[in-house]
Design a protein around this ligand. Structure first.
Ligand SMILES: *[C@@H]1O[C@H](CO)[C@@H](O)[C@H](O)[C@H]1NC(C)=O
Length: 217
């Protein structure tokens, strides 16, 4: 399982967010350039529709491939009360013919995206990953060099952490406390709940830029 929250930030404040994250995490960012192919299963693959993402990491010297399936959110009263989404997630490394393999199984390309940005991977009691990326669409099939932003001037921020049904309360608590540090710049909530940009972002960004990221914990 994984715990996840998302938010959006104006591109003009991304540099300030990067300074803040750098100070909080104490690790170097990794560049991110990921071609996402969203597949849907064909009608002959059983009654339950299944969505898959094939991810191609274009930042590596040789592109590497991953298959990712995101399952449903955890349900129940406890799940409604927490501000973090807990969901099942399956991920597996794959070889470069993975797309042909899923086409042969009857999957069809639904849409494709290019995610460009950066990620921080670090440990704060639990393993946390923060990604900041612009989402781009391709004007021609697979033409990642001609991608255009879906929401110009806005970037998506995603915070995720691996969890299990035994330890998710601990993971949620650690993630929530980490996210509080980002609150002046952006609001993070369960995916699908759109909260918009925070009014304090411009002031918080200006102060982060002027003190040059002196904020550490
Ligand atoms: C929770 O469980 C997941 C899956 O087993 C594991 O990857 C993660 O490190 C665990 N986190 C903690 C804080 O124990």
């Amino acid at each position: 399982m994984e715990c996840v929250v998302q938010g959006i930030i104006e591109t003009q404040h991304v540099e300030a967010l990067e300074i803040l994250l750098q100070g909080l995490c104490g690790v170097q960012k990794e560049r991110l350039r990921i071609h996402e192919l969203h597949l849907k299963s064909g009608p002959n693959l059983g009654a339950v529709p299944s969505d898959l993402k094939i991810l191609c990491d274009l930042e590596q010297p040789e592109p590497t491939w991953t298959v990712r399936h995101v399952g449903g959110p955890m349900r129940g009263a406890g799940a409604d009360q927490i501000s973090v989404l807990v969901r099942t997630m399956l991920e597996s490394k794959a070889s470069k013919n993975v797309l042909r393999f899923f086409y042969a199984l009857g999957y069809k390309l639904d849409h494709e995206l290019l995610r460009v940005g950066f990620a921080f991977h670090f440990h704060r009691g639990v393993q946390i990953t923060v990604t900041v990326s612009s989402i781009n669409k391709m004007l021609k099939l697979h033409a990642t060099d001609e991608a255009v932003p879906v929401t110009p001037g806005m970037q998506l921020v995603e915070v995720t952490a691996p969890a299990s049904s035994e330890n998710y309360t601990e993971v949620v608590a650690a993630m929530s406390s980490f996210c509080e540090h980002l609150a002046p710049l952006l609001h993070l909530s369960k995916p699908g709940i759109s909260t918009g940009v925070v009014p304090t972002a411009a002031a918080a960004a200006a102060s982060l830029m002027s003190d040059g990221g002196g904020t550490t914990l």
